[in-house]
Design a protein around this ligand. Sequence first.
Ligand code: PLP
Length: 391
Amino acid sequence: MTYDFDAVIDRHGTGSLKYDCAERRGKSADLLPMWVADMDFRIPQEAVDALVARCEHGIFGYTEPDDAYFAAACSWIERHQGWRPDPETCTLTPGVVFALAAAVRAYSEPGDAVLIQPPVYYPFKEVIEDNGRVVARAPLTYANGSYGFDATEFERVVSEERPALFLLCNPHNPVGRVWAEDELRAMGDICLAHGVTVVSDEIHADFARPGFAHASFASLGEPYVSHAVICTSPGKTFNLAGLQDSNIFVPDAGLSERFRHAVAAAGYSQLGTMGIVAGQACYEHGEDWFAQMKAYVEDNIRLTGAYLREHAPALHLVEPQSTYLLWVDCRALGLSEDELHRLVEDEAKLWVDFGDIFGPEGEGFIRLNVACPRSVVERALVQLAGAVARL
Ligand SMILES: Cc1ncc(COP(=O)(O)O)c(C=O)c1O
């Protein structure tokens, strides 16, 4: 079937973090929300049908996924993410951030350092600090408008700060990098040499743009994979964030036991019924929807780049290699962080994620989510460019 991603579906009144929580979050209700990483698109019809059928049954007791669930998840990952996971090594968690926090507790002690590469998805820092660990930072390089990985600096931080684990964002949110196999291997070699466990957050794995291919940390094979936790999820791929279903693969038996213990110690055992139903249906039947959605988002990304180049050339779109989150360098405007906030919120009337929440390296940047109908992207761009033109 052909999906209509142009349809503007009113999400107000659904408890949506993006649409219903502005004032609670200290934002004006009239801002156009372009921030949190979910999509304004209905999920595949087969998944809606599966959820409705399950609802009609009317009993929602404790639920465990069966073999068909794991077969569907592993088959999707093999076909789309380039490696074949073993279902026996999978632990289900109610989200990837939950898994990151569990990994921090499983593989480090209070006071230990945990390595990240800022600017990076801000819950990485939060799960480290909220668990009484210390952030070790090996920032990405940024030159000529694009991001890279500096092995020398990474190794210096690892050898000086001795992190117990490394939270890798693969692909990287917010800068949109798809890490190449040789970059992953370089990170892996340094981590292995220093006994650092690698936790690879691959929630955006399915979003590599044309010309780029996601490389899972797991695809490096042995010995890397035996020192790693691979976090996967249908949450971003199929817009299921509210249903909390994640598949975390820990190939090494010892690391797996510690991870499962940390999940159990948090008091967690069974996933929500609906997450399992929707996850399986999407993995089994979501191929067509996913291809159409990705093509639509690709056009939104291209439109954004072209529009900014023409109407607000001082704003540089860091060309993403993956994700539907666009990282825009606004530093050529010469504004302070407060002035940038005022420009975007008071003048452009947009609710975005400001770059500084991803680390000080993100100051002067904004992150825009373009997984929404084209008319919404166009409106956001007109508002943003208009505000810049009035400066
Ligand atoms: C890199 C990354 N990891 C994890 C998450 C959230 O995952 P979950 O909702 O499964 O906790 C996001 C959401 O934006 C993300 O970008």
